[in-house]
Design a protein around this ligand. Structure first.
Ligand code: 3EB
Length: 346
């Protein structure tokens, strides 16, 4: 592994990374004009992460149609260094770090998930970017049973939890995440972490913390927070970004509104509103408050393709007309969940 020569002073680090959705046909042009920490293609084919044109590129199989695909670019004002290590591709700029990995299709995933996560977590330790603030996980056949009869989502959760235990990751400090279905390619993931910026993990008062879900949802609970608030170092008390996890129709720990796409969509949106509002953030000594019209970079995951028009109508009513909102037809991590929504207040 190359040791970084990047600047380590914390002055002039008062910035946050930027995220943009770009049409798949325009990625080369976009990349040329930016310092890219990572490019995630929400595309028609799963491809192992690799460093290309100086940044990690991960392709997820998330749609059957190139027309619905897009690339999510993470950019920074500062130059980046990139590399590959044990199957993980990564880039970093002295403050922010992005890494991507993939676990090939298998009969069971817990061990390979633990191992890939440990590799990534070791890397952030070595390079000194240990503040994790956002993780995404794309799990093919997420609701199917593995070779031991354990649902693949639960199998994944077991491996992730074991990796976090090995890493001595306090479960109350785990970041915002998405754990969602995909159309192929085993399990792909990417993480965003930082060095000096300050993450605050946020929970939802009307949802049980996922890491406290009871055993009936699997042998080890899903380790993620409902959102992460992030501010640059030395800017305590100022507004930051809020990275909102994949959010579904759950109150307490229970799925609400079985088979009712309209009510599930409304509750998912309501849950996001509760996470980012002033009343909730004040409990974390954060002075700002937001609502759904502040959400951008939104991904809406819909289990049944035919539900997309209705979900779109509800989301368009609730979200800002200027928000970039993308719809993907994939499975959700519980078989009774029909929709899941994530986004960023930035
Ligand atoms: C939930 O609230 C819905 O396992 O990383 C949402 C976000 C969900 C992240 C994950 C799962 C995950 O339990 C599912």
């Amino acid at each position: 592994m190359n040791q970084t020569q990047l600047v380590r002073n914390t002055e002039s680090l008062g910035y946050l990374p930027n995220s943009s959705f770009v049409n798949l046909g325009e990625t080369a042009k976009f990349a040329t004009g930016h310092n890219v920490l990572g490019q995630i293609n929400y595309a028609t084919e799963a491809i192992d992460p690799k460093v290309s044109s100086g940044h990690p590129v991960l392709s997820l199989q998330m749609t059957d149609s190139t027309l619905d695909g897009f690339a999510e670019f993470w950019t920074t004002p500062r130059p980046v260094e990139s590399g590959e290590h044990d199957g993980i591709s990564y880039a970093h700029d002295g403050e922010y770090f992005l890494c991507a990995g993939r676990i090939p299709q298998a009969q069971e995933y817990a061990k390979a998930t633990e191992s890939a996560y440990v590799t990534a977590l070791d890397l952030i330790t070595t390079l000194d970017y240990t503040n994790c603030f956002r993780m995404w996980n794309f799990v093919n056949q997420i609701n199917d049973a593995n070779s031991d009869g354990l649902e693949i989502y639960r199998d994944f959760c077991l491996g992730r939890a074991n990796a976090f235990e090995r890493f001595k990751f306090n479960e109350t400090e785990v970041p915002a995440a998405t754990g969602i279905g995909s159309l192929g390619g085993g399990i792909a993931f990417y993480f965003l972490t930082c060095r000096s910026s300050v993450p605050t993990t946020i929970e939802n008062p009307q949802q049980m913390s996922a890491y406290h879900y009871p055993k009936r949802y699997g042998p080890k609970s899903p380790k993620f927070a409902r959102a992460t608030h992030l501010i640059p170092a030395n800017t305590i008390g100022q507004a930051g970004h809020v990275y909102v996890s994949g959010t579904a129709s759950i109150t307490g720990h229970e799925t609400r509104f079985h088979r009712d796409i309209e009510k599930q969509t409304h509750l998912a949106l309501e849950n996001i509103g509760r996470v980012v509002d002033a009343a909730n953030l004040s409990a974390y000594e954060l002075a700002n408050g937001y609502n759904l019209s502040d959400l951008n970079n939104v991904k809406v995951y819909v289990r049944h393709r035919d539900d997309i028009p209705q979900v779109r109508e509800i989301c368009e009513q609730a979200l800002s007309p200027t928000a970039d909102v993308r719809y993907l037809n994939v499975d959700i991590c519980r078989s009774d969940l029909l929709v899941e929504i994530e986004g960023i207040v930035n």
